[in-house]
Design a protein around this ligand. Structure first.
Ligand SMILES: Cc1cc2nc3c(=O)[nH]c(=O)nc-3n(C[C@H](O)[C@H](O)[C@H](O)COP(=O)(O)OP(=O)(O)OC[C@H]3O[C@@H](n4cnc5c(N)ncnc54)[C@H](O)[C@@H]3O)c2cc1C
Ligand code: SF4
Ligand code: SF4
Ligand code: SF4
Length: 407
């Protein structure tokens, strides 16, 4: 049963398939008090045709991929693109290899604090889609647009969260999908936009300037003794303010990460995510190569970013294998990779304090909120991250193995 019948927010990921399919444009996506968007039917326009309920992935399960599970770890060779990508730039590599001619690419774009889906016809503009924006993107008319492009004979590459790919696949159920390639980001949930609003208010008061853009995973390739290293797993957030000021915070000192990973502010549907299983709808799943230092340290890539790529279908594998000249690394054991990818096995647990947190988020000043709800890093964590931890272990490993490089 879906939200349109139950009104239960657990059963609506906000994928927007219902709004895209309604022939009378009777469905609008309306933000609730936590600013997560839900469909609302305008009964004056509705003819009770039932299409919206039929297309909802909570009612209709689109066909899953064959379970190919071809797993690969590595990074794109191009250093500029790597620095502009969240993990190892697998997304850009696949787009570049698969999109030859007569193609259109869909992905999430950020415009200040808002995130929405858009499409481009030229790979030169791919920079718009790079980098994870940790806010749910607004699909708009993207499914309907993708369908039209497929019917016009174009190749369509569609990227998004797993629930958005399921929404697209439901929407395209009776459409020829031969020219469609779907890429999902491995997803642990999306946080309430209310948090960013509160943060923006605090920044505006403190720095007399609003946030212009957010790079959630700013990468900085520093050069030491002619050898460049990055800060991929520091998950540095960089704010660019309207007055040109830039503010950077490492993950361990950032209340956003502390609160979000405590599962205090995710969308209700994420706590019961139906897509947190090994079975996938997308041709390719992309994630960070978490656990790299434990099971494939040779792919650590000097902390400049490494991607986990799981090809779930024959089409996905073929598309990914065509990146062999621009993306380097090697095949990995699927079950090993899965150990470090919670979202491919279980949905997140609900936090019993979520309602109190949301109440405070609506009423408390930002600093008081963070003091109450975020946890400062422990001395042990700081020691591991900045003094002796994964990076140093990898350095030690390289010293003993003779600085082996994947080329
Ligand atoms: C909300 C969210 C949660 C994530 N959670 C995890 C996780 O728990 N574990 C993990 O390993 N990886 C997670 N990722 C994926 C990871 O952060 C990288 O996006 C992924 O590794 C691809 O990196 P890249 O270097 O290949 O691509 P990039 O070039 O950085 O590609 C970005 C891709 O992400 C898509 N994208 C960006 N923001 C959004 C958005 N808001 N909604 C939909 N699509 C978006 C773009 O369309 C593009 O396809 C998450 C990503 C998002 C957006
Ligand atoms: S029942 Fe039909 S007309 Fe009514 S909202 Fe759903 S799709 Fe639109
Ligand atoms: S189709 Fe998507 S947005 Fe509409 S009710 Fe179902 S899950 Fe929610
Ligand atoms: S956790 Fe599931 S429901 Fe939530 S955004 Fe990710 S894919 Fe969608």
């Amino acid at each position: 049963m879906c939200y349109l019948d139950t009104n239960d927010k657990i059963t609506c990921s906000g994928c927007e398939a219902c709004a895209n399919i309604c022939p009378h444009k009777a469905i609008c996506m309306i933000p609730d008090s936590e600013e997560f968007r839900y469909p609302k039917i305008n009964i004056d326009l509705c003819t009770n045709c039932g299409l919206c309920r039929k297309v909802c992935p909570y009612n209709l399960s689109p066909q899953k991929c064959s379970g190919m599970n071809y797993t690969f770890g590595g990074h794109i060779k191009n250093q500029k693109v790597l620095s502009e990508s969240t993990s190892g730039g697998a997304f850009s590599a696949i787009v570049n290899a698969w999109c030859d001619k007569n193609y259109v690419i869909f992905g999430a774009v950020s415009d200040g604090l808002n995130v929405y889906h858009d499409h481009i016809f030229d790979k030169k503009n791919l920079y718009k889609f790079r980098k994870s924006k940790y806010t749910q993107s607004n699909i708009g008319t993207s499914y309907a647009d993708a369908k039209k492009f497929l019917q016009d004979g174009k190749k369509v590459l569609f990227s998004g969260t797993p629930c958005q790919i399921a929404g697209l696949k439901s929407f395209l159920l009776n459409c020829n999908q031969t020219n469609l390639l779907t890429i999902e980001v491995i997803c642990e949930g999306v946080p309430t936009p209310l948090y960013l609003k509160s943060y923006n208010k605090y920044i505006t008061t403190k720095y007399h300037s609003r946030i212009k853009s957010i790079d959630y995973r700013y990468k900085d390739f520093k050069s030491y003794f002619n050898h460049s290293i990055g800060r991929w797993d520091f998950e540095v957030m960089q704010l660019s303010l309207k007055n040109s000021r830039k503010l950077k915070t490492d993950r361990w000192f950032n209340p956003f990460w502390s609160i979000w990973i405590s599962h205090l502010m995710s969308r209700p549907s994420c706590y019961q995510c139906p897509y947190a299983t090994k079975e996938r709808f997308a041709d390719i799943s992309l994630g960070d190569l978490w656990g790299v230092h434990l099971y494939c340290p040779e792919l650590y890539n000097h902390n400049k970013g490494a991607s986990l790529v799981i090809c779930n279908s024959i089409k996905g594998k073929k598309a990914f294998l065509s990146t062999k000249d621009i993306f380097i690394g090697h095949e990995l054991n699927y079950e090993e990779a899965l150990k470090y990818q919670g979202p491919l096995k279980n949905h997140i647990n609900s936090n019993p304090n979520r309602a109190s947190f949301i109440q405070d988020l609506k009423t408390m000043p930002y600093t008081a909120l963070c003091k109450k709800w975020s946890s400062p890093p422990t001395i042990k964590l700081l020691w591991q991250k900045y003094v002796w931890g994964n990076r140093q272990k990898i350095l030690f490993w390289k010293l003993t193995k003779g600085f082996y490089h994947i080329q």
